[in-house]
Design a protein around this ligand. Structure first.
Ligand code: CAA
Length: 265
C-alpha cells in the first residue's frame, strides 16, 4: 500500500510522476459500486480535474480477483423504481465525468469487470486487461438491464449484434474475447498489468496536454454524428490548437531537434 493511503479509503490515489493511479478499494465485495464508492470516485475525479500536475489517470481494482463486480446488488435489491432510476443517473453522471475529465483515463482490468464494472471500462479512454480479467453485462440474470451506460456504450463500441449477444445472454467473457471485439486494446500477464498501464500512461503524459484533451473531445463528439459534421469539428479543434503555447512549443521543438516541454496551455 502506498505510504500515505488510508486503508479504508474507497478510492486510493497514488501519483507516479504525472500519472495518478486510482484504485477502487472494496475488495471484500469485489469492489462493487455502492453509493459511497461512487461518491468517493466522483470526489477523486474532481480533485484530479483541478490538479494540473496530473496528466493521465490509470484506474484499477484492489485485490487479486476483481476490477469491479458490478453495482452493489445488496444495496439495490430493495430500491423502489424512482430510487433505482436516480441510482442509474447518478452512476452515469460519475462515469460521464471520466469522459469529460479532459485527461486520458486508462482502465487496468485486473479481474472481474461485470455489470457496472464493465460499464466503467466502457467509459474509459481505453483498457488493458490481465489474462485473468473477465467481462460481461450479467444484469438480465438479476432481472434488470445495465444502468450505467452499458446498453449505449457497448453497442457503439463493439456493434449492435455483439452487444446484444452480451446483454441478452448475460454471459461472462474472457480477456481474449474482449480483445477480439475491441473492448480492450491489449492483454498481458497479471503481474505485468500495472506496469504496462503505467508505462503507456507515462508515455501519453509526455504529449501535449491541450492536444490530448482536444483529441479525446473530438473523437467523442464525432462518435454518433455524420462524418461531415465530425470532420468539421476536427478542423475547428485543429485550428483552435494553434492558439496554444503547446502547439508553438511542440513544433519549435521538432524543428530544433529537441524534446518538447509542454506546459498544458
Ligand atoms: N454487489 C454486491 N456484492 C457483491 C457483488 C455485487 N455486484 N459481487 C460480488 N459481491 C460480494 C459477494 O456477495 C461476496 O460477499 P460475501 O463474502 O459477503 O458473501 C463477495 O463479494 C465475494 O463474491 P463471491 O463469493 O460471489 O465470489 P465468487 O468468486 O464466488 O464469484 C462473481 C465472483 C462471479 C463475480 C460473483 O460475485 C458475481 O456473480 N457477482 C455479481 C456480478 C453481477 O451480477 N454484476 C452485475 C450487478 S448489477 C449492475 O451492475 C447494474 C448496473 O449496470 C448499474
Amino acid at each position: 500500500m502506498e505510504p500515505n493511503a488510508i486503508a479504508d479509503d474507497l478510492v486510493l490515489r497514488r501519483d507516479v510522476g504525472p500519472v495518478a493511479l486510482l484504485t477502487l478499494n472494496r475488495p471484500k465485495a469485489l469492489n462493487a459500486l455502492n453509493q459511497p464508492l461512487l461518491a468517493r470516485l466522483a470526489e477523486r475525479l474532481r480533485e484530479i480535474a483541478s490538479d494540473a500536475d496530473v496528466r493521465v489517470v490509470v484506474l484499477t481494482g484492489a485485490g487479486e480477483k476483481a476490477f469491479v463486480a458490478g453495482a452493489d446488488i445488496a444495496e439495490m435489491a430493495d430500491y423502489d423504481p424512482a430510487t433505482a432510476q436516480f441510482f442509474a443517473l447518478a452512476g452515469q453522471t460519475v462515469l460521464n465525468h471520466i469522459g469529460s475529465l479532459g485527461k486520458p483515463v486508462i482502465a487496468a482490468v485486473n479481474g472481474f469487470a461485470l455489470g457496472g464494472g464493465c460499464e466503467v471500462v466502457l467509459a474509459c479512454d481505453f483498457a488493458i486487461a490481465s489474462q485473468k480479467a473477465k467481462f460481461g453485462l450479467p444484469e438480465v440474470t438479476l432481472g434488470v438491464i445495465p444502468g450505467f451506460g452499458g446498453t449505449q456504450r457497448l453497442a457503439r463500441l463493439i456493434g449492435r449484434h455483439n452487444a446484444l449477444r452480451w446483454i441478452l445472454t448475460g454471459d461472462v467473457h474472457s480477456a481474449d474475447e474482449a480483445l477480439r471485439l475491441g473492448l480492450v486494446t491489449q492483454v498481458v500477464a497479471p503481474e505485468e498489468l500495472l506496469n504496462t498501464a503505467l508505462e503507456i500512461a507515462q508515455r501519453i503524459a509526455t504529449r501535449g496536454p491541450v492536444a490530448l484533451t482536444a483529441a479525446r473531445q473530438v473523437v467523442d463528439q464525432g462518435w454518433d454524428v455524420p462524418l461531415a459534421d465530425g470532420l468539421r469539428k476536427e478542423a475547428a479543434a485543429f485550428g483552435r490548437l494553434f492558439h496554444s503555447a503547446d502547439q508553438k512549443e511542440g513544433m519549435a521543438a521538432f524543428l530544433q531537434k529537441r524534446q518538447a516541454k509542454f506546459i498544458g496551455k
